[in-house]
Write a protein that binds this ligand. Structure first.
Ligand code: AMP
Length: 484
């Protein structure tokens, strides 16, 4: 099947061909004709399936009759509204809209929070047919009367389950009230909880259900592995693992923004080019971090679930769960970043005794037992193997892969200390010896006085505009591993 077979206009076919797509993905093959017919859609599809083009291409085709080269704002009312839960996802969807609308004179823009509203107001004032937005900022514009939604013909709600997790549903309901009742609505979600179904009932009329993969199904090309380890030794084990896969990029998940910053900082201090991405960072910094990761300048991106949602990173070989997520479905979301499009992927989880119940929930959801492997020198707490656990099946890694712990400050050949749980929140001194304040979300370190007065070096050039940290060999910055 080709895009022409789906009835897409030649202008869209051309844009798609230039994007390098030859065959529609399963969700595109199903969604494009349905959306073109004008029907509402309830789509079950995760990121990585090609769902963005699945709704954007027919949306553009339906709006093509309004395409106009007129400069009058009145000729460019908002006709399509695409809501996304995060700024990153909104930007990615917007990029797709721009790519596919290359040969159709329809205007589009992207509005999200965390940045100045004025440039967005300016753009809205000139008139745009397609608005990609995060809900909060959209409502800010509604309040400021800088956007009018009374001519919207098509509404897309992307990643509705994440909207729910992030508490956006009341905002969505407010937005729904501002839209004309006669419109086409599309709702996409990776999972369908009762609350999502309730929202769908309110938002959609006789929707066609489109599902490309079974709910919560995980790709068969992903190898899952659990390393039972004590909570206090997780960071050292992570460095150990990263040293044994020196070229591979990894997305590492943690539970909180604070943990995110701490871990990125720890990895940096152990010679791993790492950075953190979470909601407290400014938009420019998040975009820069993501670009650094995509370009390979960073080896490790430490992220929270919210920040990582919707990130489109091609060919990511490793997803590492530094902590298992609280809900099993988030495990499926997280590991969906690897093993995409038939490629091989690895989902590695560091699991302490406290997280055993989360592991059980995940295994129940994905309907498989995940092989366990204790890395020598990184044993879990004794409770991990206590009754009720299937930890006794855990295999030890071959002795040849002896631990090379990176705990501080003993150096790479020092033996790991006896499993000593890391002090939990509140137990840790708030300022580390090197000045890093653990009580605050991660911020890049200020350049030292000597650094700023020194002439630019390869390092400072590389870091221009990027977070500056202690000087390190350039090889490390380009993805190599530091030696102590
Ligand atoms: P999405 O699920 O929309 O986030 O898309 C995931 C990735 O698949 C993006 O990088 C798209 O550029 C890519 N993609 C979308 N449709 C196709 C297609 N028909 N053929 C090849 N790649 C595609």
């Amino acid at each position: 099947m080709s895009f022409a077979d789906l009835g897409l206009h030649p202008e869209l076919q051309r844009a798609v061909a230039e994007a390098g797509y030859t065959t529609p993905t399963p969700i595109q093959a199903q969604a494009i004709p349905v959306v073109l017919s004008g029907a509402d859609v309830m789509g079950g599809a995760q990121t990585g399936t090609g769902k963005t083009a699945g709704f954007t291409l027919p949306l553009l085709q339906r709006l093509a009759r309004h395409a106009s080269t007129s400069t009058s704002p009145a000729r460019h009312p908002v006709r399509a509204l695409i809501l996304a839960p995060t700024r990153e996802l909104a930007m990615q969807v917007f990029e797709s809209v721009r790519t596919y609308s290359k040969y159709i004179p329809l205007r589009s823009t992207c509005i999200y929070g965390g940045v100045d509203m004025k440039p967005q107001m300016q753009e809205l004032r000139t008139g745009v047919e397609i608005v990609v937005a995060t809900p909060g900022r959209l409502l800010d514009h509604v309040q400021q009367k800088t956007i009018s939604l009374n001519q919207v013909e098509i509404l897309v709600l992307d990643e509705a389950d994440r909207m729910l997790d992030m508490g956006f549903i009341p905002d969505i309901r407010r937005i729904l009230e501002l839209l004309p009742a006669a419109r086409q609505s599309l709702l996409f979600s990776a999972t369908f909880s009762d609350e999502i179904k309730k929202l769908a009932d309110q938002m959609l009329k006789n929707p066609q259900l489109i599902e490309v993969a079974r709910r919560n199904m995980v790709s068969e090309t992903i190898t899952h592995r659990v390393h039972p380890v004590s909570a206090g030794m997780k960071r050292n084990l992570l460095v150990h693992i990263l040293r044994h896969q020196p070229d591979a990029q990894s997305l590492v998940f943690v539970d909180t923004k604070l943990a995110c910053g701490r871990l990125a900082h720890f990895l940096e201090r152990h010679g791993v080019a790492a950075d953190a991405i979470h909601g407290d960072k400014g938009q420019a910094q998040r975009t820069e971090t993501l670009e650094a990761f995509k370009s390979g300048k960073l080896r490790v991106l430490v992220a929270t679930d919210v920040a990582a949602r919707g990130l489109d990173i091609d060919d990511l070989p490793y997803v590492i769960n530094f902590e298992l997520p609280h809900t099993a479905e988030d495990y499926v979301h997280r590991i969906g970043r690897t093993g995409r499009a038939g490629r091989q992927g690895n989902a590695v989880s560091l699991v302490c005794a406290e997280e055993k119940h989360r592991l059980a929930e995940i295994e129940k959801l994905i309907k498989r037992e995940i092989p366990q492997e204790v890395v020598p020198g990184f044993d879990p707490e004794p409770e991990f193997f206590e009754a009720g656990s299937r930890g006794k099946h855990g295999r030890r890694a071959p002795a040849a892969k002896a631990a090379e712990p990176a705990h501080e400050p003993g150096g790479r050949n020092a033996r790991p200390p006896a499993a000593k749980p890391e002090p939990r929140r509140g137990g840790r001194p708030s300022v580390a010896p090197d000045g890093f304040d653990y009580s605050k979300p991660y911020e890049p370190a200020q350049p030292a006085a000597t650094e700023s007065s020194a002439p630019p070096t390869a390092e400072t050039e590389f870091r221009a505009g990027a977070p500056r940290r202690q000087a390190r060999p350039i090889a490390v910055l380009l993805g190599g591993l530091g030696r102590k």
